[in-house]
Ligand binder design. Sequence first.
Ligand SMILES: [Fe+2]
Ligand SMILES: [Fe+2]
Length: 195
Amino acid sequence: MSSLYTLQAGDIEQRRGVLRAMPRLAGLGAPLRELAVTAWVSAWLASTHDSLEEMPYSLQAPDYSLLDHTNEVADAGILLADYARARWGANFDRDVLLASLLLHDIDKALLYTRINGAVVSDPARAGLPHGVLGAMLLKEAGLPDSVVTLVGTHTTTSPVKTGDAEAWILHYADLFACDHAFRLAPGTTPFFQRT
Ligand SMILES: [Fe+2]
Ligand SMILES: [Fe+2]
């Protein structure tokens, strides 16, 4: 068995728990929604976190929850996409955009753990960068290549970015929500204040 993750459908209560924790999952078409739920159940059950709520967002904002960040990125991304569509006539694949917003940080469930209460990198997954592990999991879970690519390249340090409108929206929704968490974290400089 891999120490990175194993795909698991989970039981009905675990799947309902994921849907309750991320309400915008309900906005995905049924086949994609079920794949996204299986991906989140897999990341959760393979992680060291007992509950979805315990998953931390970042080493730089360890008190912020991954669920809150994920839901905030999804909310902000939908707002931005609606504006871009109405104002500029931008076109999006709604399912691809929503899936990438909800899944972009899925590997953070695996990359971080707690030791003596402190959030630290999980040594079992230390060899893979954020984004890459998530893309691997999503590809194996059967998500479309477009979602796999968006998740695999969404980080600010990614050497490549697609020019797709979905990548544009994901980037700004993610940084907007991220900087909210970073502004609350003592000693962490938000992206917008970095020089
Ligand atoms: Fe990320
Ligand atoms: Fe994020």
